[in-house]
Ligand binder design. Structure first.
Ligand code: AMP
Ligand code: TRP
Length: 343
């Protein structure tokens, strides 16, 4: 059976971008693959975290996995720091990845902007730790949102270089493939359709969180940025199945709300456009509110229920970490030996 692995950072409250871009796609995979899902706490500390909040966010992220429908019997759910082999392999891979490759990572550039000098070294080598998360299980498939495509390509380059440099070309690490929602769900901020909806936009109206109430959802959508024109019809797509970069740039807010509808309703762009063609933003916002309340509120309610007993979640993570350690340790040992490190 092939393996899938994915990770979500416990760096803040989870939002509908995480849900439609990632979590929701994790669930069906547990039936067809050996699935490993990890709360990547070591990634979270690449930016400053308050310890008590990090602990709470780790449990909340695990609760979101469970509330989305992952079963601890079918999938292995664990916290990254519970499996030291991730950090061990990350060090080995830091010595494989080239600075020139890391320099190209747009996420690092986006996150640091003009404050590059003040970023942690951990944030810079973040993709090598991500490579370790995946390669330490030799996972073949990695379900992620579209924003992680560049990181996945880097992971493939790191795997290939390791195989070439240390294994005479033997495929010690198979190249992992991204599984990205065919329609490329990327949910943008409700306040600025050009920016990704992100956990680091804490506490504002830009994000719909999984634990938001129906009222929160309605209010945030009502206030979401819009423009003055009627919504476009399907003809605007031409022969393409989805809006082009030019279309997105011309009306980012319209495409974002339509895109959230499309993702939430699991339908094609054509169907979504046909439904809203010529109508105004307020219609879209009202219908979207209803749809999101139906999908998101039950997930949030289940998270609340699970989080009322944090011990139970901790037990699930500890059991998952134990299983994951048994898989990961021989792989990191084998990699270390190939590099000439003594046992
Ligand atoms: P992160 O919040 O960066 O740990 O991301 C966890 C997962 O959610 C990853 O698979 C991301 O690709 C996905 N994700 C995060 N933000 C978004 C977004 N705004 N739209 C779609 N997917 C997202
Ligand atoms: N970098 C991913 C993100 O920000 C999170 C992540 C860490 C991940 N390790 C991973 C995703 C391994 C997939 C596989 O979304």
């Amino acid at each position: 059976m092939q393996r899938v692995l994915s990770g979500v950072q416990p760096s803040g409250r989870l939002h509908i971008g995480n849900y439609f871009g990632a979590l929701r796609h994790f669930v069906p995979l547990q039936d067809d693959y050996e699935a490993l899902y990890c709360v990547v706490d070591l990634h979270a500390i690449t930016t400053p975290q308050e310890p008590a909040r990090l602990r709470a966010a780790t449990l909340e992220t695990a609760a979101a996995f469970l509330a989305a429908g992952l079963s601890p019997e079918r999938a292995t759910l664990f916290h990254q720091s519970g499996v030291p082999a991730h950090a061990e392999l990350a060090w080995l891979l830091n010595c494989v990845v080239r600075v020139g490759w890391l320099e190209r990572m747009t996420q690092f550039k986006d996150k640091t902007g003009s404050h590059r000098e003040a970023a942690s070294a951990g944030l810079y080598v973040y993709p090598a730790l991500m490579a370790a998360d995946i390669l330490v299980y030799r996972a073949q498939k990695v379900p992620v949102g579209e924003d992680q495509k560049q990181h996945l390509e880097l992971v493939r380059d790191i795997a290939a270089k390791f195989n070439h440099d240390w294994c005479d070309g033997e495929e010690y690490f198979p190249p992992p493939e991204p599984l990205i929602d065919a329609a490329g769900a990327r949910v943008m901020s409700l306040r600025d359709g050009r920016r990704k909806m992100s956990k680091s936009d804490q506490g504002d109206a830009a994000c719909i969180y999984l634990r938001d109430s129906s009222d929160d959802i309605a209010r945030k959508l009502r206030r979401a940025k819009s423009d003055a024109d009627a919504l476009p019809s399907a003809e605007i797509l031409g022969d393409s199945a989805r809006p082009s970069a030019e279309l997105l740039a011309a009306r980012p807010e319209a495409w974002n709300l339509l895109g959230i509808w499309r993702a939430a309703n699991s339908e094609t762009w054509n169907d979504t456009l046909a439904r809203f063609a010529g109508r105004g933003f307020s219609d879209l916002k009202n219908e979207l509110t209803e749809l999101l309340v139906e999908i998101v509120v039950p997930v949030g309610t289940e998270m609340d229920r699970l989080l009322a007993d944090g011990d139970e979640i901790q037990k699930i993570l500890a059991r998952g970490a134990e299983k994951a350690r048994a898989l990961a340790e021989p792989v990191v040992r084998g990699a270390a030996e190939r590099m000439g490190l003594l046992r």
